[in-house]
Each structure stands twice: as C-alpha cells, then as structure tokens.
Design a binder for this molecule. Sequence first.
Ligand SMILES: O=C[C@H](O)[C@H](O)COP(=O)(O)O
Ligand SMILES: C=C(OP(=O)(O)O)C(=O)O
Length: 457
Amino acid sequence: MQFATLTAGEVPGVPSLDELRGLKPLQQPEWPDGAALDQVMRELRTLPPLVFAGECDDLTTKIGAVARGEAFILQGGDCAETFAGVTAENIRAKLRVLLQMSVVLQYAASVPVVKIGRIAGQYAKPRSSGEETRDGVTLPSYRGDAVNGFDFTPESRIPDPQRLRGVYNAAAATLNLTRAFTTGGYADLHQVHAWNTDFVKSSPVGRRYEQLASEIERALAFMRACGATADEFRTVDFYASHEALILEYEHALTRIDSRTEQPYDVSGHLLWVGERTRQLDGAHVEFLASLSNPLGVKIGPTTTPEYIRALIDKLNPKGIEGRLTFITRMGAGKIRSALPPLLEAVRDHGSPIAWVSDPMHGNTFETPNGYKTRNFDDVMDEVQGFFDAHEQVGTWPGGVHMELTGDDVTECLGGGEELVAEDLVNRYETACDPRLNRHQSLELAFLVAERLRGAKA
Ligand SMILES: O=C[C@H](O)[C@H](O)COP(=O)(O)O
Ligand SMILES: C=C(OP(=O)(O)O)C(=O)O
C-alpha cells in the first residue's frame, strides 16, 4: 500500500484548508505565527500515516455489524490526552481496563465487542469559554496539549504550532506500544486473570471480575481439551479514535489511499465531530464528509429529526453500513424524551446507523469545593435511559463511549467506593473533564452487560 505525498496541501476530493477556513470553523486556535504553522504543516504532510486505510475499512465493516444489531462498541479513554501522559504505564493501564471491560461485556452478553480507544490523538479540546479567570487574572483557556499549555501563565497559554508535531509524535509512540500490547501477548485472553493482579481483589467489583475470569479460563481449558486452536484469543483488534477538531492537523494527515484512490485522514481510524462543531454547513462536517474513514457525530439534547436526516444525507449519502455512528450525550434527565424521536427518524430514513451512548458529557456539574465532576449514578442512569429508548423504538443500543482511565483517580463521584466531593481533592488528575476510575469503569461494564443481555434476548 502506498500513499501519495501531495504538496501545497491539496488532496483531491478534500476541501482545501483555505476553503475550510472560509467556512469560519469554530473552536480553532488563533495561531499567532502563521509562518511557523505553515512550516509544521509542510512537515506533517510528508510524515508516514499513523494508521492504514485498510484498518479504517476493517473498522467500518465491524461497525456495520453494530448497525445491524450484531455487535457492541466499547469506546473509551481520556478526556484529554497529554504529552506527559505518554508513558508505558499509562498506556498499559488504559488498555487493561478497556480489555477487562470488553471481556465482561463479551462474556456476560455473548456479543462481539468492537474495541475503540479515545487514544493517540485526543489532544485538542473544545471549550465552553475562550477564557479562564483565576483570582482576577484572565487568560486564554487551555485547549489541549495540541494547542497550548495547561499551566496558568500567559506564555503557556499562547497557541504554539510546534505542538502539532508533538501530537504526531505522541500518537505514533502510543500506537506503537498499543499495537505491541494488542498483538504481542498482553491482550491474550489467557491473561484474563493477569489483567487483574494489581487490582483490589477484595473489592466487590474486583471479586466479581475474578469469578468471571475463572469461568473464562475454564471455557478456554475446555476448548483446548477439545483440540480447538485458539489463535483468535491471542490478539485483539483495537482501534484509535479522537475528535477531529484542529483542522490544520487533520488536514495535514489526510492522504489518498492508493488501493482505493479515496482520501483518508490517517491520524486515527475513527474520527468524530463534537457537539460544538457539528453544524451542517460547518467546516468540520464538510471536511469529514470528504473522508473515507468511519465517522462519529456527537448528538446533544437539542438535536432535531430534520437535522439528523440532513446530516445522514451529507455524511453517508450512499448508506454504507458502518460509515456513521451517532454518539448521544443528552444528560440523564433528557435522554428518555429526547432520544426516541431521533431513533424513529433514523429508522424511518432507512440508513444504517450505529448508536452509541456517551453518558458523560451531559452530566457534568461543579461541586461546592470547586471540582468539575460527574456522578456515577447519573452516568448509569443515562445508559439505562439509552437502553430504555432503544427498547421503546425497537432499535439496537450499539455501544458506550466513556471518559475513563486505568488509574485509581478520584474525579467522578459515587460508584462502589462511594466517592464524595471531599475525596476529589485526593487524585484529581484530568486535564479537562472528570473520568471514571478503574473501579467505576468495571462496575459500569457489569451493569451494561446485564442490560445488554436483556436487549439481546
Ligand atoms: O470534553 C468536552 C469539552 O471539551 C469540555 O466538556 C469543555 O469543558 P468546559 O465547559 O470546561 O470548557
Ligand atoms: C468534547 C467532547 O464531547 P462533546 O462534543 O459531546 O461535548 C468530548 O467527547 O471530548
């Protein structure tokens, strides 16, 4: 497979950056140094792809099974990846919790799980406000390590295009280790117990997982005894996704795939457009429409059936299975009323869509002690509401999209450890929004598995 290297930023079939800029894209950094930006983009355009177009097609095929109701998506990872977070321990911990969650879902509900990380590219954040004020000092908001620094100083908050090269390097290192883990033995299902060794086995969720792991081990032993070769159990397919927010970065990583002669954004397998940038005629939707990657769109509570039909016609006019995933983020209090009319509109439209629940972004609030947080019960209630809505309309609840970490952080309230606002001070480490910790993530997987088993029946 070869990829053409194009000069001057032109990619056949893809709007030029100037055209996209002409559409006044939202949530873009104000880069102070245009010449430095151009130079970084020239370099990025010559660099090898981070993912292969063929892998993107494989993911489209797998999501197609989700749209048909035959598989389930587990998508998760940091709210905001950071350059400092690119360590072996961090990547391993994230992958481990996703593997644990996926075996829980797969074993308990007997449904194939499509595993997608919010990983290797999730370095840019849309913000509610362009500015942040602390103790009377106002500075530009932190927009992710792709753009500026987290430190609250004027220098750190200046957008620096050199950071885009940093994103490429961080993503390459992350993908390199992730591929090694997922194909080199770490993700072997025979390791199902080993993933749990340093976990609190005495906690209820830890014990529950141990029990499930033992059952899986017995099943594997039985199959071995039957003479079944189990190569499928030794590796997993794992895909990378992020919000395609910073148009310069995404455009510079767009290439023509020589097999198909179609454009792919090779910065990740699946790219999504966020709730704040999904305007029908906006730059982000125009850009995504021109790509052949599988795409996601965040869908908030104000979305109308008319909009969603128009969006499908724009992003998936040919009705390709697996091309389009809607990631709903309504809020626990709204999902049961807001989602069913959209499900009906899409069902009646007839185009295949994979529906995924993001129960995080509609349930954020600030504690009296000043931490942005989410309550585990609200998160779970939104997931329940997602399943309820699909049950009502007769459609398939195709997956969950979580902000999570493999560490024992204290960022979200509740869960089996019953974290309260005063606990948040202990390990509040996110660079943006609060993530479920390892206990909470696994608890959620068990709860979702129960509901999924019911949806399948
Ligand atoms: O992750 C999503 C958004 O970037 C985030 O919720 C925005 O947070 P803010 O409201 O603090 O800007
Ligand atoms: C910004 C995000 O979500 P949303 O667009 O749904 O607010 C996100 O998932 O990081």
